[in-house]
Write a protein that binds this ligand. Sequence first.
Ligand code: SF4
Length: 343
Amino acid sequence: MKKYILDLTSIQLKAYLKVIINQDYRINQILDWIYEKKTATFEEFTSIPRDFRQELDKRFLLRSLKIVKKEQSILDGTIRYTFQSIDKKHFSAVFLPTKGKNSVCISSQIGCPVMCAFCSSGKVKYTRNLTRGEILEQILQIENDTKEKVSGILFMGMGEPTLNYNNVSLALSSILSKKEFAIGKRHITLSSVGNVTAIKKLADDNFGIRLAISLHATNEKQRKKIIPNNFGFTIEEILNVGKYYLKKTKSRLTIEYILIKEINDSSADAHKLARLLKRYDLINQSVQINLIPFNPIGDVNFSVPTQEAILKFKNILKLNGITANIRQAKGADIGAACGQLGR
Ligand code: SF4
């Protein structure tokens, strides 16, 4: 069976290649074709002699994902890609075009075991983790298809990335590597619902990327309703690990807060959230709150908050010295907005 080349780290790949091409400069050329030129077939590795190219093709698989659906938003140009894996599973990634900085929101698992009540990915039965290669190939395929350079990565697609820590961290090393994707650590954000043990490891491994914690609530009962499988960590433990992450990495922290009508969008909730951040020393320039108005999905019994409630919530945070942004839904017309990727 052929080896999926993107599943191998550069060190592992070099060791494999040494068997067929024992010339360092040739091996470096191959890595260059894979990561720098992002070429999709071995045949196009034109600086490599033909017989080596054929040998590579015999031993390795360069692409394992197939784009089976592509939908573009007429509202903002966002593109949602649905990929099919070799074992015929489907998952999505989203291209977010912005002048001067294109980002890609990628998936880390097929289905999601966390099952957040507002999220359609949580309704898709968890099947397996994506491999290092499958995580990276989403970026390569999107760059190839759009012919655009991607300079920002969001681990915010399907799945809880911290539950696939090993493959996500292998992919992260490649994304950060100057010889591979060369994307700066401040342009990468990983989102978690608060897997405290894994966040602590991420802080200690010190990739220096930005962290987003999906808090979504100000008390445990409310949080359980929104995030049923929340790993059993308390809000206190989650905010404490956020503080630890900042101290350790000197990076930035975003608190994600989905606003759901009459569930967690009252003025009392806003005041409580402000008090919580104050208590955990999280009101400073390194912390911001993203307010995400609920995006309607299928048969969920939640409603979209009123514009008045959203603005009031934001103003209360602002009056408490907190940087709060209302996140505009991107690609809502194609099901690419936050929480919609599972449909
Ligand atoms: S919001 Fe994230 S963690 Fe929650 S179900 Fe959706 S993909 Fe999973």
